[in-house]
Write a protein that binds this ligand. Sequence first.
Ligand SMILES: *Cc1c(COP(=O)(O)O)cnc(C)c1O
Length: 383
Amino acid sequence: MTSFLPFALPDIGQEEIQEVVETLESGWITTGPRVRRFEKEFAGVLGGGVEMVAVNSATAGLHLALEALGIGPGDEVIVPTLTFTATAEVVRYLGADPVFVDVDPATFNLPQESIERNLSERTKAVIPVHFAGMACDIHAIIDIARKHGLKVVEDAAHALPTRVGESLVGTLESDATVFSFYATKTMTTGEGGMIATRHKWVADRCRIMRLHGINRDVFDRYVSRRPSWFYEVVAPGFKYNMTDLAAAIGIHQLSKMERFRQRRMEIAMRYDEAFEALPLRLPPHPANKDEHAWHLYVIRLAEDASVTREDFIDAMARLGVGCSVHFIPLHRHPYWREKYQLSKEDFPVAEAIYSRCVSLPIYSRMSDSDIEKVIEAVRGILA
Ligand SMILES: *Cc1c(COP(=O)(O)O)cnc(C)c1O
């Protein structure tokens, strides 16, 4: 019991390190050839002929996608309350208002019925989140959204790779999908994100807006025959471009993405088996053959468990295992609660999940003995 097992750790190999060194030595460290290569290879891995726009975070990607889709002041966007604040804050960036909905008790995802129940004249879009990496009922959500003329932007920060039927999330019929490469996500570039979209016009707008609203990126100015000093500003854009240093990491993480998922799935199966008889509820599994990304492994302590959630996490830490909570629902945070007069009573499912949920470590760098250490700790506290 000497070393502490952190809740999450990135899985970075020699390939990433070597590529970063080569990038540093190349003289081109901001958006350039490696970002282009990363976007192209990402599109190849996802398939489905979608366009890719690399950015410096998923938050930036969600903002750009909503902006490109025309979301603006006074509009309403439906979001689940059980998510990270980024899902909703980007709506505020545009002067629009998030409308918070409770989640489904069986999947922790946004229930499609909640869309029609929360519809108003102002509703323009919905942002479903694939919680923990398990796909929401995305086809049903898209059908309902289409019926009411709403845009759909998938928050796929956890869903890489998640398969719905034969297709990976990112290649479905929504208007845009956004992935995160934050340090704790299923693959990382340190900080980073990717917008996937089947609309060329959305991709074009995002490419312009990620770099100051300039209609030509610096690398294009560097390599093309047109005079390199000339560019035009066509909109007041943002500074959201991904660097080649980040893409250097991403290129190699991408090639390991499926192996990382296999390992996380093994860990999930091992946990499921080990915890079956304990006073807790196992995480939901996809009802059909969809492939879970297993970004998170979220248990819920039983009502009659001998410890509270807080005491459980403290005890795990004393036994050398880091845990986390996903998520403190947005309706509990002061800004959202006060701005939109939200009350806990309106979110009974998220409240029930939140009061008893714990996220256990699940990442590819965990060794077999790390997995056993987590299992022993959970058993020691609950059995
Ligand atoms: C991590 C996360 C984000 C934000 O990703 P960044 O790349 O850090 O901006 C958005 N939504 C969800 C659900 C997340 O977990």
